[in-house]
Design a protein around this ligand. Sequence first.
Ligand SMILES: [Zn+2]
Length: 203
Amino acid sequence: MVSLIVSKTNSLFSCGDVPLPSREKAHQQKTDKVFVLDASAVYNGIHTFNVEGLKFVPECVLGEVRGMFLGEAFVEEALLYDELKISMPEEKFLAKVKGAAKETGDVQELSDCDIAVLSLALQLLHQVKKVVIITDDYDIQNLAKHLGIPYRGVHWKGISHKRIYKWVCSGCGFESKVKLKNCPECGTEMTRTFQRQKIRRNG
Ligand SMILES: [Zn+2]
């Protein structure tokens, strides 16, 4: 199933010499669905036993949850049970996601780590097929929808509409798909708006 080369950074969240309780490890379970988590999923307290299956994060997520109690507890437990894989996406998937983010207008709202989360999920979608992103970040959810990657909110809610953003000038009506502070035609400040389109709930 999962054929990614991953490196576990056990040294970051050392668990010491704790004996493993007799719980089945994720890769021994029947499910072959895998999950990609962003920082919001990790620090909002997703528990390993609520999400059955291997969980992937890009390395930047570990940095974002450091110092947060629930986040560190999750990482520690998931590593202990061998349920967490830390991996960075390949360049071609990063490029695909960045291209899609420009199309939808999400690109200005997404951090490099958000892009990494989406790219890792897109890569896994090609490699293992059954992938779900867990995130409460609306912009990640929106772009996941555009990319055809299933996603869920931390509390198992997703968005019911997708948004295509644009920036509009209130002075002359000029529209742009990329973020502009001021209108190139008349200089008025641009406002972000979006078209709303109902979608079937995902996952
Ligand atoms: Zn204008």
